[in-house]
Write a protein of this length. Structure first.
Length: 432
């Protein structure tokens, strides 16, 4: 990660232009004939050419199954795969043996959830008892969660008889610390997002984690909306598990990761079983490999891991602190422009403090899908729908919204183009 002795500065015009040149898709023109203003990075990030080339080069020159080959290609692919694990560990200040490859962040959350269920069923023996959950126990999330960090916990509680509770929100969508009392002495785990994919609000990690520690609960953090936008240090965050998503971090689709403290991964029962994760097998029983391999059953996304590592190196060369500084400028611009528009309601904090460049909004009298289609006609790409966060939309009294989300390549000129198009939406649909 990039660290400096003084606050990082946003990109200069020359720097942002040079950065944008490394993303070939940013040259695509939209339906209006102008270059696409891509404001859907919260859904998936665009990829620099070095990442695209890295995956292609792997398939062209190194492709082979990892771990058991004795030939040149097998050795090279295994080395590249192992190096990718080291790269992600370095990126989040962790140990390589604390990184578990998954197909996405959702699988990482389910891995922990169903590991706890398996512990409740007796898997893992005495060492796994600390994960076992049942009647009288509690799991806590927040109302701000993506469905990926909500449904697994609801399901586990339903299957085990445990209680499910949640931290509620302030009117602007930030987590209400007055509701920390739901983290009770019987709480086994607290799972929450680092930053909301709807409101953009950054969660008060220290306060929530402190409350969890006071009752001996484990903490899982969903970093999908933060890890491409600010430095992440799992040690400084004082958490137990974290999930990551490559495709939101300038990397390829089809791969994610779970980070877990080494002592916890050593005792957590596996969720998926099969080939590549066993030490020995008989017709009556099996013994599993140590973590992280015990959680990586079956064929692995090797090319994706190698390309993700290249994406992480790219982010580090740019500097995570400078990316955060640049996106803070973009966040302020988005919030100010949307907040000033008549008939447009911002869903989330109206200040740029403790906030990322994810801005959801509702246009009076116009369905979000119509808003999105009109903006698309102006070559502005945004997201529409409930963004896999129905309870959060219900909290705001709407069924869905339009969402603009920026990245390190977003410019103030693009924000202006988006804002200009948005001012014409209600007029186009006869709302003003």
């Amino acid at each position: 990660m990039s660290h400096t002795s003084r606050p990082a500065t946003p990109f200069t015009d020359t720097e942002i232009e040079a950065l944008r040149e490394q993303f070939p898709i940013l040259h695509r023109k939209g339906r209006s004939g102008r270059p696409i203003v891509y404001l859907d990075s919260s859904a998936t990030s665009q990829k620099p050419q070095v990442v695209i080339d890295c995956e292609a080069q792997f398939y062209a020159h190194q492709n082979a199954a990892v771990n058991r080959g004795t030939h040149l290609l097998g050795d090279e692919s295994t080395e590249a795969f192992d190096d990718a694990r080291i790269a992600l560990a370095h990126f989040v200040n962790a140990r390589p043996d604390e990184i578990v490859w998954t197909k996405n962040a959702t699988e990482g959350i389910n891995l922990v959830a169903y590991g706890m269920l398996n512990a409740a069923l007796g898997a893992g023996g005495e060492a796994a008892r600390k994960f076992a959950i049942g009647p009288g126990d509690r799991i806590v999330a927040t109302r701000a969660e993506h469905h990926a960090n909500l449904l697994p916990w609801q399901e586990i509680c339903a299957r085990t008889g445990a209680e499910f509770a949640y931290l509620d929100l302030l009117p602007d969508g930030r987590i209400d610390l007055e509701t920390l009392d739901v983290i009770t002495p019987n709480t086994k785990l607290v799972a929450f997002t680092h930053a909301s994919n709807v409101t953009g609000a950054i969660s008060p990690v220290a306060e929530i984690t402190r409350a969890a520690r006071e009752v001996g609960a484990l903490v899982l953090l969903d970093t999908c909306q933060s890890s491409a936008h600010m430095p992440i240090d799992v040690g400084e965050l004082d958490i137990d598990f974290a999930v990551f998503s490559s495709h939101k971090m300038a990397g390829p689709t089809g791969i994610g990761a779970l980070w877990g403290r080494a002592d916890l991964l050593a005792d957590l029962p596996p969720f998926l079983t099969g080939g590549s994760m066993i030490a020995t097998v008989s017709m009556d029983e099996a013994r599993y490999l140590p973590a992280p391999q015990r959680f990586e059953a079956g064929s692995q996304p090797v090319a994706q891991a190698v390309a993700w590592a290249e994406a992480l190196r790219f982010l580090q060369r740019v500097g995570m602190d400078r990316i955060a500084a640049h996106e803070h400028v973009i966040t302020r611009a988005l919030v100010e422009r949307i907040s000033s528009m008549d008939g447009v309601r911002l869903l989330g904090p109206t200040i740029d403090h403790d906030r990322i460049a994810v801005v959801a909004f509702a246009v009076q009298g116009v369905h979000p899908h119509d808003v999105g289609q009109y903006l698309d006609s102006e070559s502005v790409a945004v997201r529409v729908g409930h963004h896999c966060a129905i309870p959060l939309h219900t909290f705001f009294g709407v069924k869905s919204s339009t969402r603009a989300s920026a990245a390190m390549t977003t410019t103030l000129e693009e924000v202006d183009q988006f804002a200009s198009a948005l001012t014409r939406v209600r007029r186009f649909f006869g709302g003003m």
